[in-house]
Design a protein around this ligand. Structure first.
Ligand SMILES: [Zn+2]
Length: 319
């Protein structure tokens, strides 16, 4: 396999091994990753023969960055211009943009001559027509927040927005990007809900929380986005913009199908800058409807066997 065939995740892992070695020998801060420095080293390190020129410019706020091929007029190998918007309001967004464009250079420069990357925000991560964008985002997330290091940061404490905020600082990226990365690997049933004026904009779940996210993203019959539940802590506690540790509340306030005695932890941060509210929900493991009777002390073996039989045959019992 040639380097050009590597996908975004193997590329990011490869660069992380290189950075581990480099900082192991020379010291210096391993995090956050200095993407601009890395971009300049890559053509030589990997013998691509196609240099990268990195330049920041003040451009309109919707523009994130781009990667453009600069043909050599003498017929030699091309070079590439990586241009980022230095007017973006947070250094975290700039770092993510640089890493995203570097992902295009490593994985996609054989496919296109230019990549114009506007608002490659989380809303579009999964739209099928934007596979190259999805891959560049994946590369950026894996490069900037390697999972082994991320796991080491969070392993000793219950995860909340305090500890995820500290990770965002360590990796020099936005809190949203950090939470999304955490959701990719956490075994917890968790869900991020972004809202504006009390209405869901989008939601993303962990593997075990993906059905909750699907429910939250589902539009109303009118086509409108769902409102946050009126009894949710995010809606009730309006005196404070921040609840990093979270408030316990009944899971049923958010999800009517959850057991009556289940509680969830609800954390939130209101961002005035983006007129957006971030709510992070963490729930206990799912209790299947056919397991609930057992919890209530109902040991009807025959019923249980029937359910097991259904499940073994791939037919989940109807709720
Ligand atoms: Zn892009």
């Amino acid at each position: 396999m040639t380097a050009a065939d590597l996908g975004p995740i193997p590329w990011a892992n490869r660069l992380n091994r290189l950075l581990d070695q480099y900082h192991g020998i020379h010291g210096g801060l391993r995090y956050p990753v200095d993407v601009e420095f890395l971009a300049q080293q890559i053509p030589q390190q990997f013998n691509t023969g196609e240099p990268i020129l990195v330049r920041g410019e003040e451009i309109s706020p919707d523009f994130e960055g781009c990667l453009l091929k600069l043909d050599d007029e003498t017929g030699g190998p091309p070079s590439w211009a990586l241009i980022y918007n230095k007017g973006l309001p947070s250094p975290g967004r700039i770092r993510f943009t640089l890493a995203h464009e570097l992902g295009h250079y490593l994985c996609h420069r054989h496919l296109q001559e230019g990549f114009n990357c506007n608002e490659f925000d989380t809303l579009h991560w999964e739209s099928p027509e934007r596979q190259l964008e999805v891959q560049a985002n994946k590369f950026a997330a894996y490069l900037l927040m390697p999972r082994p290091d991320f796991e080491a940061q969070i392993h000793s404490a219950p995860v909340d927005l305090e500890i995820l905020g500290a990770c965002a600082e360590r990796y020099g990226v936005s809190l949203t990007a950090t939470v999304l990365k955490w959701l990719e690997f956490t075994p917890l049933r968790a869900l991020l809900v972004m809202s504006r004026d009390g209405r869901v904009q989008w939601a993303r779940g962990s593997e075990s929380g993906k059905w909750l996210a699907i429910a939250m993203n589902k539009r109303l019959p009118t086509g409108q986005r769902r409102s946050l539940p009126a009894q949710a802590a995010t809606m009730l506690n309006t005196t404070s913009n921040v609840d990093r540790q979270g408030t316990e509340g009944s899971a049923r306030i958010w999800f009517a199908d959850e057991p009556e005695d289940m509680s969830l932890r609800e954390m939130k941060i209101v961002s005035d800058q983006y007129r957006q509210t971030m709510t992070l929900l963490v729930l206990p493991p799912e209790v299947k409807p056919w397991e609930r009777d057992k919890r209530d002390g109902d040991d009807d073996e025959e019923l249980e066997n029937t359910f097991d039989h259904f499940v073994r045959n791939g037919q989940p019992p109807v709720r």
